[in-house]
Design a protein around this ligand. Structure first.
Ligand SMILES: C[S@@+](CC[C@H](N)C(=O)[O-])C[C@H]1O[C@@H](n2cnc3c(N)ncnc32)[C@H](O)[C@@H]1O
Length: 328
């Protein structure tokens, strides 16, 4: 297949990432593959040809000590093939979220996302047969963790091409999982669609939003009655929220509009209609949770802190909180 002519939807079909009947039964999801402007991205053809080269095989997904492993069912891979697979997977870098293990390849991502998941997991409602949404799902690490809870459907939204292709590369090894999907577009474009959710995960998103109130109103409207929102975000250390101008950075990050106080986050959720709002966890981000690796070769947290308490911009170091809120 000539990668320069392949549309994402044709690629999904060609690679049999989902059975035809699943594609037919979920037009809301797969129509976004036709309309998403990810095709216009300069690296699109490069990623398509890399995805086509990966030789997949039947695997079983296991989670061992926080690593989502795609373990081969049957005999071992040849070492020679492993090197090829490693380079193919590396080509979708940076791998920010993980860790994963694909056959014998350990993907040592920048974030030990299992640490965030450990802070969230005790607060998950029963997810069996439920609709789950992950806004800004990156490569789907938390979606693969949700699979353990036997949900009906998991839909992640991600607008960055590298992460969408990381998910698709992993999905090549998870062809039997037909209830886990990525929408390669902005969550907001899905707001008029029919599907609503029992659980929405919104992790690491709030501080990137220019208009958090408007966004939370839309999130609220996408939730079924008796549903749960899990919102994880950086909060300020005091009752004072921090606001940033364009081009200002926080801990090296661009596009941070604000770091809200715990009270302000609760107020936004309350104003959107959420009930029973509580902050269930607070943790400082340390360099054992976020660091540079072979799979993410750029600077990481240690380059953006002067010490445990202060960022290079002279601001308080990142403190992350988990909020639970309900729609009655
Ligand atoms: C800071 S990362 C957090 C990733 C992950 N949720 C986590 O907590 O580890 C934010 C991700 O969300 C994506 N994102 C942010 N807003 C989005 C939106 N409205 N729709 C789809 N993706 C979004 C970004 O592209 C980025 O990959």
């Amino acid at each position: 297949m000539d990668s320069s002519q392949v549309r994402l939807i044709n690629l999904i079909e060609k690679l049999s990432l989902y059975p035809q009947i699943v594609i037919r039964d979920n037009p809301e999801i797969f129509d976004t593959y036709k309309t998403s402007n990810i095709h216009n991205h300069g690296r699109y053809n490069f990623f398509v040809s890399n995805l086509l080269q990966i030789n997949d095989c039947l695997t079983k997904i296991n989670t061992n000590s926080g690593t989502v492993s795609f373990d081969k069912v049957g005999e071992n891979q040849l070492v020679r093939e492993n090197n090829k697979l490693k380079n193919e997977l590396l080509s979708f870098n940076p791998w920010r979220k993980g860790p994963f293990k694909v056959l014998d390849i350990f993907i040592d991502s920048e974030w030990q996302s299992n640490m965030k998941w450990d802070r969230i997991k005790p607060h998950l409602p029963n997810l069996q047969d439920k609709n789950i949404c992950d806004i800004g799902c990156s490569n789907g690490y938390y979606m693969f963790r949700c699979l353990e809870e036997k949900p009906k459907i998991i839909i992640g939204f991600e607008k960055v091409i590298n992460y969408v292709f990381q998910f698709l590369a992993l999905k090549k090894f998870a062809k039997n999982e037909n209830n886990i999907f990525i929408v390669p577009d902005n969550f907001l474009k899905f707001s008029n669609n029919k599907t609503n959710f029992d659980l929405i995960l919104m992790l690491g998103i709030l501080y990137h939003l220019k208009h958090p109130n408007d966004f939370m109103n839309i999130v609220y409207n996408k939730m079924l009655s008796k549903s749960t929102l899990i919102l994880e975000t950086i909060i300020s250390h005091t009752d004072q929220s921090l606001f940033f101008n364009k081009n200002e950075r926080y801990a090296g990050m661009k596009n941070v509009h604000h770091i809200l106080s715990e009270k302000n986050v609760i107020k936004i959720l309350k104003d959107s209609g959420f009930k029973n709002i509580r902050c269930v966890d607070k943790a400082f981000t340390k360099t054992n949770e976020q660091r540079s690796t072979e799979w993410m070769g750029f600077e990481s947290l240690e380059n953006f802190l002067v010490d445990d308490n202060t960022t290079i911009e002279g601001l308080p170091a990142p403190l992350r909180a988990v909020f639970i809120a309900e729609k009655k």
